[in-house]
Write a protein that binds this ligand. Structure first.
Ligand code: TXA
Ligand code: MG
Length: 318
């Protein structure tokens, strides 16, 4: 197929990325969370290409990335809560699901036909530069084949999507390392996906507890499906010792062959999570398994455990 261009994180790389996007092509871009696979959110053809490159089910809507709140307000209807959170956490790893405005020109494929839209303002300076140069809304799911481990480096993007996308803008590793927190704000405030901003921090800002995902909010979305973020090797959580065929990923006082953070630092653990899962998968080989030390269920630990639970879940074939 096409040969994927590797773009440098300089002015020429940004200009090339923006030009490809304006032509309806696909560019994997660094964000502070994970690399995103960007395409023109107004183009059915570009968005269809995103779904095809990732092998992603069509009923799973995409996050739309914009450079600032003003651009987000052209797509979604903000209430006082949403505006306050945007003021506090944008740019940054917060995605809000809000009522979709009419006549935005967004492709129906982006929202999967829902009356809502997920919007996010990324903080990564290169994502910001590309968004401003390109000048439109960008649909960008994580730049990995659907169901596999999310990419936190350009090499991870190429591992999964080489020759299926036009370009990748290589800016090294992502600082946060775990996807954005997704907050539903259509009616009550619902935590749709734990992520880079701890739920407690959002609760503090909102002055109220977040609701768990209920049946009415539940879209049939891979990020919310049981098996996701999956390495090849089976994975076991809450392990304090390795069994003979296991590669143990440690945390804090649980020492492993690898570790998420020897000092028990949650920020370090989140930043290295997906790279460490890839390393463990390689070490486990064809017949081995992965075991992971217990991670506290607080702060970023909630997002880390969410990803580990999905990686540990029974796999659906295909
Ligand atoms: O950090 C991130 O959020 C990264 C970077 C690239 O921005 N993006 C990302 O996208 O994680 P993706 O597609 O892998 O996950 C997006 C999640 C999916 O689970 C999808 O179902 C959900 O957002 N989503 C999108 N639109 C939605 C909507 N209208 N209602 C409910 N969930 C929605
Ligand atoms: Mg994803």
């Amino acid at each position: 197929m096409m040969q994927t261009e590797i773009l440098l994180p300089d002015a020429a790389g940004v200009a090339r990325a923006a030009a490809i996007l304006r032509q309806g092509g696909l560019v994997a871009l660094p964000t502070e969370t994970v690399y995103g696979l960007g395409g023109d959110a107004r183009s059915d053809a570009a968005v269809a290409r995103i779904f095809a490159a990732k092998d992603r089910p069509r009923f799973n809507p995409l996050i739309v990335h914009v450079p600032d709140l003003a651009a987000a307000e052209m797509l979604a209807i903000f209430d006082a809560r949403a505006r306050a959170l945007a003021g506090a956490f944008w740019p940054g790893p917060l995605t809000m699901v809000l009522p979709l405005r009419k006549g935005t020109g967004l492709s129906d494929l982006v929202t999967a036909g829902l009356p809502t839209v997920a919007v996010r303002v990324p903080a990564h300076p290169l994502a910001q530069h590309v968004l401003r140069d390109y000048g439109g809304p960008l649909a960008a799911p994580s730049a990995n084949p659907s169901g596999r481990i999310s990419p936190t480096r350009a090499e991870h993007v190429l591992d999964g999507l080489a020759d299926r996308i036009d370009a990748v803008l290589d800016a090294g590793p992502c600082a946060v390392g775990i996807e954005s927190t997704i907050l539903g704000l259509v009616g009550r405030a619902v935590l749709l996906r734990p992520g880079g901003i701890p739920a407690e921090v959002l609760e503090q800002a909102l002055g109220q507890a977040l609701h768990a995902v209920g049946d009415t909010e539940k879209p049939s979305a891979p990020g919310q499906m049981a098996s996701h973020y999956a390495p090849q090797a089976p994975l076991r959580m809450n392990a304090t010792e390795a069994e003979p065929d296991e590669v143990l990923i440690g945390f804090g006082t649980v020492k492993g062959e690898l570790t998420l953070s020897a000092t028990g630092d949650m920020v370090e653990a989140a930043a290295g999570l997906f790279q460490t899962l890839r390393d463990a998968d390689r070490r486990a080989g064809r017949s081995g398994r992965i075991a992971v030390a217990p991670i506290p269920e607080t702060g970023l630990g909630r997002a880390i455990n969410d990803r580990l639970r999905r990686a540990a879940a029974p796999r659906k074939s295909g």
